[in-house]
Design a protein around this ligand. Sequence first.
Ligand code: GLN
Length: 485
Amino acid sequence: MRPPIKMTALDIAALVRSRERSASEVVEEHLARIAAHDSAIGAFLTVDEDGARAAAARVDDSVRQGSDPGSLAGVPVAIKDVLCTEGLRTTCASRILEDYVPPYTATAVSRLTAAGAVVIGKTNMDEFAMGSSTENSAFFPCHNPWDPDRVTGGSSGGSAAAVAAGFAPLAVGTDTGGSVRQPASLCGVVGMKPTYGRVSRYGLIAFASSLDQCGPFARTVPDAAACFRAMAGHDPADSTSIPSEVQDVMAGLDDGVAGLRIGLVREFATEGVQKEVSDALASAADSLAGAGAGVTEVSVPSALYGLPAYYVINPAECSSNLARYDGVRQGLRVPGRTYLEMSGATRDHGFGPEVKRRIMLGTYALSAGYYDAYYGKAQRVRTLLIRDFEKAYEECDVLLAPTSPTTAFRLGEKAADPLSMYLSDIFTIPSNLAGAPAISVPVGLDGQGLPIGVQVLAPVLGEAVMFRTARVLEALANFTQEPPL
Ligand code: GLN
């Protein structure tokens, strides 16, 4: 049996609801573990000891009074520092928001606390969620619990590391172009991106609004499903939120894959994939076939064009969203004699190199004369990709793919080469462009003892079949190894 600190979220909630454990006890254990180990990992930008203790006490009070605090009663949850939390500093790991304390809480977070979850702190990330390694944090990089010389992936590296290290059984990240799934894969945990619009973006600080979506990290697929279920649903405060009812993803979780049609994306069998990663994918496919699924190859012809299209659309939206940090309305202000001098100095001082690169790329892609050649073309590729996926889903219920082309790389290894960093996202980005859900499940370790993840992709609003397949994959892979912490 796993030591108590590594219990699943659902087990913790069950014990807290039945009064076998108190939420306060659970929170203290996790705070102690963070205090003992996070200096070597750097998963948290802010640990909210007081807030977590008070929230846990409220959960215990309500249990004592005989009312049910909810499906995630007393479960510590770590929140990526891009989601607003009222009264709790929210930095986006950027100097420009270093002292920002939001006056309101993101819907995704308030839904979790309404279900009884206890926010334990805010996690490290790439600045404004731009990156694939959490080295772009303006404060400090995050280290992989499996090997502190390696990256956690990104941009939600702090959330992935927090779950892997046992600092919290659940965490929330955001996945604009793979930023939940890729770090989940590199840290050996489950990470999921919902259908665009399924989880509210209200209070999620915008990066690329047509792609941003927050999703859960967990140690198991049922925990991820439970966290998703708590966060999902229509929110009138987000105009892109989907009004339809959320499918009950817990109900059919154990229905198995017999009779499901699973597709292996032909175009993803490409160069540059670590052999152990493609081997793990092949054995995942074999084991799913052994469990009764029909596994075939399927073509998504434009799949590999997702990456270049994303790196036009994403900077374009980013340059427009980040225009608001002008030193006037919120965040940092560096004084200057004129408005232009002040806002120029503020942005120069407040933004790191990757953020500046995106703003410049995006501004260029949107400029008169280039708009159609770059932004227009990328949008057409996006439409093509959506259609290609729709076609593939006429033949298949879900698709199977690698999550990341390689396991965790070394800190500093790709920092000087943005293109090779961008390539980390080649298999995750297509789902973001298509607005479709996908999940990464840990399936094993490579020769160096580093975790490997496999992705299950599903059509828009196909969360139930996605979780169901992932559940089987998880059971068959039986990944029980722990990082050496
Ligand atoms: N690595 C991608 C990027 O830098 C992912 C971003 C994300 O999903 N937040 O854009």
